[in-house]
Design a protein around this ligand. Sequence first.
Ligand code: HEM
Length: 1005
Amino acid sequence: MEPEHRLLSGTLQVAMLVLVLCAVLLVWVLWRPRKRSIRAPGIEKIPGPSAKTWLAGHIKELSSRDATPFYRSLENVYGAVARVKGPFGMNWLYTYDPVAVYSIFVKNQACYDELEWFAKSANFFLGPGLLSVTGDQHKKQRRMLHPVFSTKHMRELLPIFYEVSHKLITGISSKLQDGPDDVDVLNWLGRTALELIAQAGIGHSFDPLVEETSTHPFAAAVKSYIPLYFSTPGMVYHQMITFLDKIGVPSVSRWIVEYSPSKTIQDLRNVTRVLHDTSADIIRRKKAALENGELGHGDGKDIMSVLLKANSAAESRDRLGDDELVAQISTLLFAATDTTSNALARTLHVLSQRPDVQKKLREEILDASDGNDLPYDVLDALPYLDAVCKEVLRVYSPSPVNYRQAIQDTTLPFSSSVKGTDGSLIESVFVPKGSIVMMSLSACNCNKALWGEDANEWKPERWLSPLPRTLEEASIPGPFAHLGYKFALLEMNKLPGPPSKSWLSGHAQGLTSREGDVFQRMIETVYGPVVKLKAPFGANWVYTYDPVAVYNILTKDGSSYDRIGWFVEGFNYFLGPGMASVSGDTHKKQRKMLNGVFSTKHIKNLTPTFYEVSHRLVSALSQIVEDEPKELNLLEWMGRTSLEFIGQAGLGISLDPLVENAEKEAFVGALKNYSPLFFQPESMLYHQGLAWSRKTGLGLGPIWEWVIEHSPQQTMRELRSIAKTLHDKSTEIVMSKKAALESGDLQGGNDIMTILLHANNEASSQDKLPDNQLVAQISTLLFAATDSTSNALAKILHVLCERPDAQQRLRDEILAASDGNDLPYDVIDTLPYLDAICKETLRLYPLTPIGHRQAYRDTTLPFSKPVRGTDGTLLESVFIPRDTIVVYSISACNRNKELWGDDADEWKPERWLAPLPRAIEQASVPGPWAHLMTFSGGPHACIGYKFTLVEMKIVLSLLVSNFTFELSKDKPIHWNNSGLIFPTVGPESSVPEMWLKVTKYRHAA
Ligand code: HEM
C-alpha cells in the first residue's frame, strides 16, 4: 500500500473510532436520563418517621413488646405506605396497601423470599425444614407436604384432635371440682397446642395433660426455643451466621456457637440439640416401624407418618433427605405451638369480654352436637363458630407483621399514589435487590377502606352476611383466599370443557334441553368431574359433581352462594315472597318457622290424611278397571293425587275430588300451567330484565314491571293472569284460616298451613311472618309439591313395569305387613323393600337433574382430587369470581361410580338392603337424605322431603297391593330432561303423559 493511502486509511480508522465512541457516548447520555425516568423513585422518597440512631434505626420500636402504638402512628400519620429505618441507616418499606401486598405475595412473588438471616439461622438451628429453605428446595418440600395438609387428611386427624381436647377438659375440670377458680389458661392451651401437634403431627405424646406432670424435656425445649431465638444475643448471632455463610466459612459459625460465652447462646444450642436428637430418634423409629408395617400411635395417620409414606413412594428427585425430614419435625412444632395457643387464648379472652357471644356460640355447638363429638364437616361448617374464629384471627392476627426480602431488583405498585418527600406523586416504588419490605397483616385485616368503618371492632356477625364489595374486589392474597382477580380468572379458563358452538346461547341449550341427560353424560365421560361450560353471551359456568366441590357450594362455603339472582326475582314477582323467592335473612326466618312445621312429628300426624286421599284414588281406579284391564294416563292420576295431597295435608282444603272426569277449578288449571310458562325462554329473558332493572339502582324496576304487565307476548300475559289467580286464591285461604284461628275454629286442623298459622301467632314479633309472606307460601308449596311428587311416583311405576319381579316382591312385602289394613307411620316408613325402591329410583332418576347457585362474593372452590387443566397443570381448586354461576349435577352425584361402585348406573334396590360402600358413607354428600342429592342440600334443600316420602310410600303401597301395572303396548314412555324430568309418549311428543296398563289385583281367597 502507498504511504499516503496508508495515512488516509489510518486517519479514517481513527475517525471511525471517534465516531463510534461519540455514538456510544450519545446513546449513553440519552439512555441515562431515560433509564432514570423509567425507574420508579426509590424507597428513600417515601415519607416516614426519622430514627433516633443511625445504628439501630427503628428496630427497638418495631420489635418491642409494646410495638402497637408505633404501628398505629405509622398508619395514622403515613397511611398504607411508609418508609421506616432499619439498622445502619437502611431504608425498609412498611405497607398494608392491598395492591402492594398482593404483588409481594402473589403476582411478583418470584422477586421476594424469606429474610436471608432468618432462613439461614433457622437452617443452622433447626435444620433444612420448610421455614429455612428457599427457592426450588422450598418448592419441593411444599409439594411433598401439601397433600399431608389436605382437607381429606385433616378429616382423618379429627379423632386425635378430639382425644387431646377431651384430655384438656378433664384436666381443667379436675381443678374445678370445688367450684369456679382462676385457671392459667395460657399454660393449659400451650400444653394442649403442643400435644395436638405432637400427636397429630408426629404421632407422639409428650404430655398426658393432667394437672401435676413434670414437663417432658422435648416439650421444655420447644417452649424455650422462641424466647431464646428472638433474644438480643440470638439476633446478633443470626446476623453473624448469615455473614459467615456469605463469606464462605459457615463452619466457623458452629465453632463460635459451640464455644460462645453467652448463656443465652449456650441455652439455645442445648435446646436445639434436644430438638434435633429427639426428632432424629422419632424419624429413625418411624422409618423402622414403616418398614415393619407397624402403624404406631394414632394408627399411622399423623402428619409425619403420612409424609414418610409419601416420601418413600416419591420419585428420587422429589424425595426429601433424612436431614430434611428431621428438620420438618422441629419446624412443625416450632410453627404450630405458640401460634395456636396464643390464638386460642385470645379467643377465650374475647369470649370472656363478650358473654353474649360466648352464650350464642355455646348454644350453636350444643344444638348441633347434643353432647357428642361433631363430625368434621358439621364442625367445620358451624356458621357462628366459624365466624368467631375468623374474627379473632382477623382482628388479632397472631403474627401481626410479615417480612420479605427482595432477591432481585423489582418495582412495587400501590393502589393509589403516595405523596413523596419531594411532593411528587409516587405510584410505584423501586425496590432494589436485598431491600426489606414489611407487611402489616393486622393493618391489612383492619383496613377501613376495605372492611368498612367498623373494621377495628370485633364483630363476628360480619361473617354471617356478605362481606363489603370493596373487600371482594381487592386482591387480598391471604388465607381467606382472595387471589388476584385477573390471575384467578385465567385459572378458571384452564378448566377442561367442550367447545361452544354459539356465543349467544353457549351450552345452555345442551344442558337444559329435553336431551340434557345425554349432554351431561358426554361431558362427564369426556371431561370429568369439574368442567367449564359457556353461559349465554360468553360468560363461564362451572359444572361439577366432585363431592368436595358440591359440599363446598351447598354447605361449607354455602354463605358465598345463593340461588341465581334473576331466578329468585322472577319467582318473587310472580309467586310473591315465599320460600323459593327470598334470600338472606328473610329466607332464614321463613325457613326457621317452616322447619318446625315440616317436622317428623307433624308429618306423622298427616298419615290418616294421606291414606284417605290414597283410598279415594284406589276407588277411582278400581271403578275404571273393575271389569277389565285398561290403559290409563297414570301421570295425570298421579298429578291429581299429588295436588289433593298438598291440598288436604298442606292447606286443609280439597283441590280435586279424585273421581273420573271431575271438573277442574280455575285455580288448579292455573297451577298446572304455571311451571311450563315460567320456564319458557321468553319468560327467562323477562326475569333477567327484571333482575337487571332492579339492580341498576336507577329506579328502572317499576318501568320493567310495567313492560311485563303490558307485554304483547302471550306467555307473559298468561303468566300474569295465572299469578293473579294463584295470589287471589292463596289470599282467600290465608284470610279464611286466620279468621278461623281468631274465632277458635281452627283448633283441630293438622294441615301444614294451620300449623304454620299457629306457629306464626306464637312467634315473637321479630320472627313473625307478615301476611304477604304467608300468602306466598301457599303458591310456593303448591308449585314445589305437585309436579315433583307426581313425576316421581310416575317414574317408580314405570320402573316397576320394567321390573315385574321387583313389583311382585314389593306387593308381597306390603301384603304380608298390612294384611289389608292401613299401616301405621312407623311401619310404612321402615318397610325395607318399599324404602329401597323409593331410594333407588330417586337415586338413579332424580327429578331435578341439575341444581345451580350463583357466587355472590369471590371465593375458591376446592376439589376432592386435582383436575388436569388444559395447560397440563394440576388444579386443586378454582377461583370463582363473584356472580359466576356454578351448576352442580344432582344426577351425576347420585351415580358417581367412585362413590357408589361400578354398578352405580344400574337400578338395583338391593343395594339398600346391605351396607352401602364405605366411600359413599365417608363422602359428606350434603343432601339431607340417604347420601343422595335428589333433594339438593344446604340452606335451600327441599323442606318437603319427609312429606313427599311418606305420601309416596302410602300411595304406592295401596296402588301395588290393589293393581298390577304393565307397559302400554303402543304408547312408549320417553323421559325428558328439563328443570324437572317428565314423561311423554315417545320422544317427539311434548305433551306430559304416561300410559300404563292397569289390572285389578285379585287377592288370593
Ligand atoms: C319427589 C319430590 C320432590 C323433589 C325431588 C324435590 C326436590 C327439591 C329440590 C332439588 C329443591 C332445591 C331447589 C334448590 O336448591 O334451589 C327443593 C326445594 C324445595 N322444595 Fe322440594 N322436592 C320434592 C317435593 C316437595 C314437596 C312435597 C314439598 C312441599 C310439601 C316441597 C317443598 C319445597 C320447598 C318449599 C323448597 C324451597 C326450599 C328453600 O328454598 O328453602 N318439595 N325441592
